[in-house]
Design a protein around this ligand. Structure first.
Ligand SMILES: [Zn+2]
Length: 417
């Protein structure tokens, strides 16, 4: 134990304080380490961060430190109060290992927060014998610090995306930076309204917003409106990933309603278990699935026709020239409008309406890494799954910033592991 104190005093030193003594708690489950102010050092006022003269001392408090050898570790310290002339008040002192209100030490918060990026928060709490709330506190501390200290710099390209986080149309708006060198989550907002998306531009400010060159989004009208308003100079691109997602949704609708109809009429259930056959790209199917797909395509079904239209649409992305892509798109829409498949016609109408924004994809193709928004969207979904059970907005906001924000971390006096 004496050696432990020596090691801590050497490697995890706090200026103005010393570790004095370590002992096991009565139940032998934790190690308690007493901390004392170094002789002659003055307490720091937590309001103005300057040394001030002492006033009195409060009762001893326990601060949770990083556990080792399977023992919980606590720092014991009696906070001093100072009579600060600058602040003209009696104020609790500032200590370097904690931030005042919380019982977790900063080092432990950083430690827990790092694990909470790899494991779910629940697993992190279990692994280190602490509570979910403390993991939450730890992540909140690290994320808050990171947001205060991050550098936005120049942003060339952004992608805006919506994600559903609870039943009943509860959405978040996510804004990513999608520059070739830097991809990160910049902002999370509640709901997917004009007001909410405006919030992002308030955060980054006029200066940075005016220099954005590319904006990727889906066809959600409130987003389109804000982009027209705030990034009028930027090239606005409808993201390929969002268009494909929309098409898949339409196809799925056709298949589901046709399957129901066939069941009602007592017809052979040929569409049974066909969902993924139709939604997946053909090259991603296993041999056996491809075989079943070929079989299915022999039937003259609405679902089959919708599927063929969707597959034909994929060819659009092979074009390099916006002009040729435009011709192909127009022809495809014409065909769909004659198809009498209402969900697909709805997609075609919306594509026609946003024709120019879709063709911007080809105008910017060489300059943006495609698939970036899709990749980030998938990561966001994984993050949400990891914090399941606690789907409050605040939790998700923190979890998303924590795993996708690439935020700077508070410095630690000592790198643990
Ligand atoms: Zn002060």
């Amino acid at each position: 134990m004496l050696q432990l104190i020596t090691i801590l005093n050497r490697c995890h030193r706090f200026p103005g304080f010393v570790y004095q003594q370590a002992r096991f708690s009565c139940d032998h489950k934790s190690i308690e380490i007493a901390v004392r102010p170094r002789k002659g050092s003055r307490a720091i006022c937590s309001r103005c961060h300057q040394p001030a003269s002492g006033y009195d001392q409060l009762a001893e408090r326990r601060f949770e430190f990083i556990p080792f050898w399977g023992f919980l570790v606590f720092l014991l310290y009696a906070m001093r109060r100072v009579d600060c002339r600058r602040c003209q008040a009696v104020v609790v002192e500032e200590v370097p290992w904690a931030d005042g209100k919380r019982t977790l030490t900063k080092a432990y918060m950083l430690f827990l927060a790092r694990w909470a990026r790899r494991l779910s928060w629940k697993e992190t709490a279990e692994a280190f014998r602490t509570s979910w709330d403390k993991v939450f506190d730890a992540v909140e501390h690290v994320v808050t610090w990171g947001l205060e200290h991050r550098v936005l710099g120049q942003i060339d390209a952004i992608g805006v995306d919506e994600i559903q986080y609870a039943k009943g149309h509860k959405y978040l708006t996510l804004v990513y930076q999608i520059d070739l060198g830097v991809t990160r989550l910049l902002w999370v907002g509640k709901e997917r309204t004009i007001e909410s998306f405006q919030g992002f531009f308030t955060v980054i400010g006029e200066e940075i917003a005016s220099k954005i060159v590319f904006v990727c989004s889906d066809m959600w009208e409130p987003y389109l409106k804000v982009i027209r308003q705030r990034c009028s100079e930027a090239l606005h691109i409808l993201d390929r990933f969002h268009i494909v997602a929309k098409m898949n949704k339409a196809l799925d609708e056709v298949r589901a309603s046709e399957a129901r109809h066939m069941a009602r009429e007592g017809l052979a259930p040929v569409l049974k278990k066909s969902r993924w056959l139709l939604l997946k790209r053909e090259e991603n199917l296993k041999d056996e699935q491809r075989f079943r797909l070929c079989d299915l395509l022999r039937y003259n079904l609405k679902s089959v026709r919708a599927y063929l239209l969707k597959e034909a649409f994929q060819q659009l992305w092979d074009y390099n020239s916006p002009a040729w892509a435009g011709k192909y798109l127009d022809e495809w829409c014409r065909q769909v409008m004659r198809s009498r498949i209402e969900p697909m016609k709805k997609v075609a109408r919306s594509l026609r309406q946003h024709r120019e924004l879709i063709l911007n994809y080809f105008r910017a193709q060489k300059l943006l890494s495609s698939g970036v928004v899709e990749g980030l969207n998938n990561k966001a979904k994984v993050t949400m799954r990891k914090s399941y059970g606690f789907r409050t907005y605040r939790t998700l906001e923190l979890a998303l910033y924590h795993s996708l924000g690439k935020l700077p971390e508070p410095e630690s006096t000592h790198e643990f592991f």
